[in-house]
Design a protein around this ligand. Structure first.
Ligand SMILES: Nc1ncnc2c1ncn2[C@@H]1O[C@H](COP(=O)(O)OP(=O)(O)OP(=O)(O)O)[C@@H](O)[C@H]1O
Ligand SMILES: [Mg+2]
Length: 364
């Protein structure tokens, strides 16, 4: 099940999600968010991994993505693939080493804090751990009032109170809980508060980094449904990070697959789930317990150390890829557009091997 059709209903969102990143013309309003060749390196101090010198980890490597209004782009990839780094760069919580972030046609990554403030209201983030993202000393109502005071200083006390009550009702929290503290709430209720807090300033884009994974299984479905309903009701755009492919399949209009900080494949969810082209995407999907493993190729989980990764000059997946050729170890593949917003970075595509292989193992 996926929601591609409804969330892509408007002509603007029918635009190609990756072609714009590849320089194809678009005669419509600019995308809501465009990430161009974004890269980031973390510096590990010496002593880590037994190394005598400081070491750089290339957490994100020239990633380009485009989100149109109404999209729900899910970013998937194994642990350490750079998903949170991407989210933090977009939100301005980290400064990129190279690349650009454009919001509604304006470049925002190099803006000073005061200029950036204007965009802060329009893009809000929801984190994995709702407890850590709420101030334990503020009652729930106070936590919800705070961002409204910051972004709408002209609002009267009555207006703020009414807005908080409406928000609590929208996310399924009893009004009386406004007087409680975060520790008095369950994990699911706290994540509802975090969602209400993000919504309190009427954002356009929600960046959610694993917002369900700290919750009990039974609560995950409720919060997921809340996020889906909220997106449709408020015409929000989502950049959603998740490990859980069932969640991704339910929520995503588009999927971006990261491996070692590199974008392997991006496209409409129906294409990624129905006809994945990159060997890593196929391995990732095949590792899902509820699917037939016949199409499994290579390995989705990796054991490479940061030093192995730093030493890779060609395709980051070449060590694990069943289709790898000597060229793959030498030369990183470029992202190639396949049409309909689907793009893949794989040399085997040139040789037709991915295509032939995909046909040999059709997915359900
Ligand atoms: N503060 C940091 N200092 C040094 N290295 C970091 C830091 N944060 C992340 N990294 C490294 O950068 C890479 C990407 O990390 P990131 O947290 O973005 O991955 P992720 O895809 O979000 O992983 P997960 O699914 O586990 O949350 C990893 O190799 C990670 O170890
Ligand atoms: Mg993460």
């Amino acid at each position: 099940m996926n929601r591609s059709a409804d969330a892509r209903a408007t002509p603007a969102s029918a635009a190609d999600s990756s072609l714009a990143a590849l320089g194809e013309p678009a005669d419509i309003a600019p995308p809501l968010l465009e990430v161009r060749a974004l890269s980031h390196r973390y510096r590990l101090p010496r002593g880590v991994f037994g190394r005598r010198r400081p070491m750089d980890i290339q957490a994100l490597n020239a990633v380009s993505l485009t989100l149109w209004r109404g999209d729900a782009l899910c970013v998937v990839g194994e642990s350490g693939s750079g998903k949170s780094t991407l989210a933090r760069l977009i939100m301005g919580l980290l400064t990129s080493e190279a690349g650009e972030v454009h919001y509604a046609g304006t470049r925002i990554d190099h803006l000073e804090a005061r200029q950036r403030q204007r965009y802060r209201r329009r893009m809000q983030m929801i984190f994995q751990d709702p407890y850590a993202s709420l101030n334990p000393r503020l009652r729930i109502a106070q936590a919800l009032e705070e961002p409204i005071h910051v972004h709408f200083p002209e609002a009267s006390r009555q207006q703020v109170r009414e807005r908080v009550e409406a928000l609590m009702s929208d996310v399924g929290l009893d009004r009386g809980w406004g007087e409680r503290y975060p520790h008095e709430l369950s994990g699911g209720q706290r994540q509802r508060v975090a969602i209400a807090r993000a919504l309190s300033v009427s954002p356009e884009l929600i960046v959610a980094d694993e917002p369900l994974s700290a919750l009990d299984l039974s609560v995950q479905a409720q919060v997921l449904n809340l996020l889906v309903d909220t997106q449709l009701a408020r015409r929000l755009t989502y950049l959603f990070i998740s490990h859980d492919l069932a969640v991704v399949e339910y929520l995503a209009t588009h999927v971006a697959v990261l491996y070692r900080g590199t974008l392997c494949e991006v496209g409409p969810a129906a294409q990624i789930f129905g006809a994945p082209r990159h060997p890593y995407t196929r391995a990732l999907l095949a590792a899902r317990p509820r699917f037939d493993e016949a199409g499994a190729q290579g390995t989705a989980a990796s054991t490479d150390t940061p030093a192995d990764i730093a030493a890779t000059v060609g395709c980051v997946y070449s060590h694990h890829c069943p289709l790898a050729t000597p060229r793959c170890a030498r030369e990183p593949p470029r992202l190639q557009a396949l049409g309909d917003g689907h793009a893949v970075a794989c040399h085997a595509l040139d040789a037709g091997a991915v295509q032939r292989d995909a046909q040999a193992h059709p997915r359900p």
